[in-house]
Design a protein around this ligand. Structure first.
Ligand code: C2E
Ligand code: MG
Ligand code: MG
Ligand code: MG
Length: 283
């Protein structure tokens, strides 16, 4: 009896697993044509100054609406796209949308000057033609205001050897492209690469894990506090991610955090909506 039950349980799990594998493999195939079918959209999430809640920039985040399965979560499809290599084409699409809009914003208003960030995976960062590609797109849209930033995690900083990374960062710096460290505090060797690459890093983004309980958890407040002092000492700005309440924002203001991002001000929204939000509240 027990043996039988065990057997059927095994069968049950393996069926569930193969379902999952089939689903993922279907998604991988669909990814190849997702851009061409215009299923991938770029959303912008405002980044604001903590002190007065004014929007100072945005992060570009992509959304995939599959024709049958509906919306697929980025953490699911980004990982798959990294496996297949399709991420490079997707992120270059996101990058171009950001460059195009930054150039447009610059023309539209001389009172508002926003920065825009794009998320990069190690594979994007490793591409040999990255600087050449960036140079070409920046020239194409005549973007010369140094408002483009690339968000990387420690995964990109560990992917190649130090001299290669430094050379790449130097090339990006020469194009006026800045670097933000994403999900800070969740990786392994954060402090050493912040030290190594400090002259290229303009912002540190504190993961929302540390922001969530900031009012009640002294350890979180203490950690954010030290990240802020470290950043100040190195001439970098801090962006707190995942701010959902006024209380969290106030606490971050007390700690001296410069920038924030989160549902309190806005979720990631379609570009048209973002423009409405920024340019209709202009005074
Ligand atoms: P991330 O770069 O750390 O992006 C921040 C994530 O936090 C986004 O999730 C955003 O929607 C979410 N978020 C922002 N504010 C709040 C808040 O107040 N509360 C909560 N609960 N969440 C908040 P999203 O868009 O689902 O993206 C997840 C991750 O997928 C991103 O984390 C990034 O690593 C990756 N990703 C998204 N878009 C792209 C892309 O175009 N290219 C690449 N390479 N990765 C991307
Ligand atoms: Mg990010
Ligand atoms: Mg992040
Ligand atoms: Mg994150």
């Amino acid at each position: 009896q027990a043996k039988l039950a065990g057997k059927s349980q095994f069968k049950f799990y393996s069926e569930e697993m193969s379902q999952e594998l089939i689903f993922k493999s279907n998604l991988k195939t669909a990814l190849k044509t997702a851009l061409a079918r215009k299923e991938i959209q770029v959303y912008f999430q405002p980044i604001f100054a903590i002190s007065d809640a004014k929007i100072v920039g945005f992060e570009a985040l992509c959304r995939w609406n599959h024709k049958e399965y509906g919306p697929i979560r980025p953490d699911v499809f980004i990982a798959l796209a990294e496996e297949t290599g399709d991420i490079v084409e997707i992120d270059r699409y996101v990058l171009c949308e950001v460059i195009k809009n930054l150039a447009e914003f610059e023309q539209q208003s001389d009172k508002i000057s926003l920065f825009g960030t794009v998320n990069f995976c190690p594979l994007d960062f490793e591409q040999k033609d990255l600087t050449q590609y960036l140079n070409f797109q920046l020239e194409k849209y005549q973007l010369t205001n140094n408002k483009l930033e690339i968000e990387v995690t420690e995964r990109s900083m560990l992917a190649e050897d130090e001299t290669d990374i430094k050379q790449k960062l130097e090339e990006l710096a020469n194009l006026g492209v800045k670097i933000a460290i994403d999900d800070f505090g969740t990786g392994y060797s954060a402090l050493s690469y912040v030290k190594n690459y400090r002259s290229y890093i303009s912002k540190i983004k504190v993961d929302r894990l540390f922001v969530r309980d900031i009012e009640v958890d002294h350890a979180d407040a203490a950690l954010i506090n030290s990240i802020i002092s470290m950043a100040k000492g190195l001439g970098m700005k801090v962006v707190a991610e995942g701010i959902e309440t006024e209380e969290q924002k106030n606490m971050l203001e007390t700690l001296g955090c410069q920038y924030g991002q989160g549902y309190l001000i806005s979720k990631p929204i379609p570009i048209e909506e973002f423009k409405q939000l920024v340019f209709n509240t202009e005074n």
